[in-house]
Design a protein around this ligand. Structure first.
Ligand code: PEP
Length: 248
């Protein structure tokens, strides 16, 4: 049995005051659950560390540099995330690929930097609406996946996490149906199985894209969906906790 994970991606939202209430709500509202993760903007990692240390809730960042240290103005390294107790880091979110020009090569390098530092990468994969409508979904997610496995080897996925996030479903209110999501999750697992059946059996594949308290349970009931990466709904503690409970 794969332990399901529900990870909140706060994106560029939050404030010291709002986060305090949100984190308290998540800790209290998910008591007794496993696999609960919150990913905040960098400046709030210290606050996360203070609020979540010693609780059942893990935390992480939404990006990291592929470089270790040095003259990379504005960047944050994996070892800095370690300093703030992060367990997880989101890699290759579609917003980073589309808005900040992250290529598959950069994503693979970032994945490696995370693994080398002992962080658990949450590697995001997903197609645009145009790609889906032209029948290219499997080719697109396959290329995104293989850019990483080709660079680090399939074994590096063993205790990593994948997140299938169709771009057309992120922040749009339009969720993939459980069947649409399951089809892609199964395809990803089959691709990995061609390289290693053992890794394919262990790797967690989350679904992300307008997951809400009202649709989480039916998505998480699918055999290859191992939880969710949650954007908007992770900012409302009641909604996020209900989604976490749907994965229990
Ligand atoms: C995300 O940001 O990864 C995401 C899935 O966002 P939302 O849940 O708001 O669609």
């Amino acid at each position: 049995m794969r332990q399901k994970i529900v990870a909140g991606n706060w994106k560029m939202n939050g404030s010291l005051v709002d986060n305090e209430a949100l984190l308290k709500g998540v800790v209290d509202g998910t008591a007794g659950l496993k696999g609960v993760v919150c990913c905040s903007p960098y400046p709030y990692l210290f606050q996360m560390q203070k609020a979540l240390s010693g609780t059942h809730v893990a935390w992480g960042a939404q990006n990291l540099s592929q470089y270790d240290k040095g003259a990379y103005t504005g960047e944050v390294s994996a070892s800095m995330l370690n300093d703030f107790g992060c367990s997880y880091v989101i890699i290759g979110h579609s917003e980073r690929r589309a808005i900040f020009g992250e290529t598959s090569v950069m994503v693979a390098e970032k994945f490696k930097a995370a693994k080398d530092a002992g962080l658990i990468p949450i590697l995001c994969l997903g197609e645009t609406l145009a790609e889906r409508e032209s029948g290219a979904t499997f080719a697109v997610v396959g290329e995104q996946l293989e850019a990483v496995t080709g660079f680090v080897g399939v074994e590096a996925l063993e205790d990593a996490v994948l997140a299938y996030e169709p771009v057309w479903a992120i922040g749009t209110g339009r969720t993939a149906t459980p069947e649409q999501a399951q089809e892609v999750h199964r395809h990803l697992r089959e691709r990995i199985a061609h390289l290693s059946a053992e890794v394919a059996g262990h790797v967690r594949i989350l679904y992300g894209g307008s997951v809400k308290a009202s649709n989480a349970a039916e998505l998480f009931a699918m055999p290859d969906i191992d939880g969710g990466l949650i954007g908007g709904a992770s900012l409302i503690s009641g909604d996020f906790c209900e989604i976490c409970r749907a994965a229990a």
